[in-house]
Design a protein around this ligand. Structure first.
Ligand code: GDP
Ligand code: IMO
Ligand code: MG
Length: 437
């Protein structure tokens, strides 16, 4: 297995770090881009020229016709939404001929969305603030061993048979918990038939495909969704998503061993955002937060919700580096900070009279943590045309150096705008080698 040429890319904050942008840029040098977890809760934006693509299931390598795009076994897939996504891309002249779906990926069914929204309603003030896409219930059904998988959908008779086994339970629960009238088996089968027909030829053994590609010396890019702090185990539980978002999930979510890639790139915004509920120590509820939201156009790609904004938090960045084994960083949206007189950088937390550089496991402790800031000078220049580190103002370079030093991981890529071209890759790094340097 040629793992030294492969790369895992993960979000290293609370999602929306600009993974889509970075992955699209690096996919130019990839033979395969494989998503390994999450579902259509993800919203990955790719911009080149006047073209804007918002991808939910489909990997950000889809825009390269020679690249295989793959939905791994760790994903949950909504066949109806995927159908729309495919239609939209095809309408815009993007070929989807190279899209493959793991036989083992679980399906998000219509009733999962009813559970998701119903559960949020019952939680009231304690709601998670989910995307409402049915992600949690689909993963829960997988764990409860009553899920349906892509391989079941590939044969409509098998699909009907599996659905007939689980639907009475689902209908009973829907009625009991939410007073919902439930679903009719044949109506559901008809609802999913077009998706079954379109998707069936794409459903394959992606573990074997990936193994063959790696053995043949091909370059595989593993695409993460969400971010480290939304990880089901290591995130700000319960305000998390329902999958493992960390790099180690690239193996299990693709049907490969833990050696599937030796390089792990963590994508981080030059500040912090979060969408949905839950703790966020460096959140700025005042003027600075509004400014970041306006300048950064911080509105959810999937739900359109305004994102909560705040300063860069090096405590979570160090934590993300540890739980992912990050070997490099991509810092995005540096351009958004232009025009700020000074920049705050949280280097530690102050918690009950103690200063700590570590991220706490207890959410009760986290609620009581206040960030300890270092203040750095800002810059006024428009940096969106910079294509090398040397073209950045001195203060911007100082800021990046401060991030590197406090996180302890080298920055390999800096993004200075949403467009594919607005990217700086550091020479003599793994990424510059990846890009053919
Ligand atoms: P993802 O979920 O991590 O792929 O991120 P999203 O696509 O949800 O959100 C990131 C947003 O920031 C998108 O609208 C991108 O087009 C935009 N973006 C990405 N990188 C940059 C950058 O360097 N500068 C600016 N101004 N916008 C960026
Ligand atoms: P990308 O891949 C940002 C958040 C939701 C909510 C929590 C649980 O675009 O970075 P869920 O619907 O997954 O059960 O919601 O997780 N969330 C995201 N936040 N980016 C995402 O994906 C997210 N996917 C889920 O807002 O707080
Ligand atoms: Mg997003």
């Amino acid at each position: 297995m040629n793992n030294t040429d492969s790369l895992i890319i993960v979000g290293a904050q609370w999602g929306d770090e600009g993974k889509g942008k970075v992955i699209d840029y690096l996919a130019a040098g990839a033979d395969v881009v494989a998503r390994f977890q999450g579902g259509d809760n993800a919203g990955h934006t790719v911009v080149y020229g006047a073209n804007i693509f918002k991808l939910h299931h489909i990997p950000s390598g889809i825009l390269y016709p020679g690249c295989i795009s793959l939905l791994g076994s760790g994903m949950v897939v909504n066949p109806l939404v995927l159908l729309e996504e495919l239609a939209e891309l095809e309408k815009r002249g993007i070929t989807t001929a190279n899209l493959k779906i793991s036989e083992k990926a679980h399906l998000i069914m219509a009733y999962h969305q009813v559970y998701d929204r119903g559960n949020e309603e019952l939680l009231g003030d304690n709601k998670i603030g989910t995307t409402g896409r049915g992600i949690g219930p689909a993963y829960a059904d997988k764990a409860l061993r009553r899920g349906l998988r892509a391989i079941d959908l590939a044969d409509i008779d098998v699909f009907r048979e599996r659905l007939a086994q689980v639907l009475p339970v689902q209908n009973r629960l829907l009625e009991y918990a939410y007073g919902h009238e439930g679903y009719d088996l044949e109506q559901l089968v008809e609802m999913y038939r077009p998706a079954a027909e379109k998707l069936a030829p794409m459903v394959v053994d992606t573990s074997r495909l990936l193994t063959d590609k790696l053995a043949g010396g091909k370059k595989v890019l593993f695409e993460g969704a969400q971010g480290a702090l939304l990880d089901i185990d290591h995130g700000t539980y319960p305000f998390v998503t329902s999958s493992s978002t960390v790099a180690a999930a690239a193996g299990t979510g693709s049907g490969l061993g833990p050696q599937c890639a030796t390089r792990v790139l963590g994508v981080m915004k030059a500040y912090t955002t979060r969408v949905g509920e839950g703790p966020f120590p460096t959140e700025e509820k005042g003027e600075a937060g509004v400014l970041l939201r306006d300048q950064g156009a911080e509105y959810g790609t999937t739900t359109g919700r305004p994102r909560r904004c705040g300063w860069f938090d090096a405590v979570i960045a160090r934590y993300a580096a540890r739980i992912n084994g990050l070997t490099g960083l991509a810092i995005t949206k540096l351009d958004v900070l232009s025009g700020l007189e000074t920049l705050n950088l949280a280097v530690a937390y102050e918690c009950g009279g103690y200063k700590t550089p570590h991220f706490p496991s207890s959410m009760t402790d986290l609620q009581q943590c206040n960030p300890v800031y270092e203040t750095l000078p800002g810059w006024d220049e428009d940096i969106s045309r910079a294509r090398a580190m040397a073209e950045l103002p001195e203060a911007a370079r100082q800021y990046l150096e401060a991030l590197e030093e406090t996180i302890g991981v080298a920055i390999e890529l800096v993004s200075v705008g949403p467009d594919r071209t607005q990217t700086i890759v550091r020479p003599r790094t793994f990424l510059s080698h990846w890009c053919g340097d």
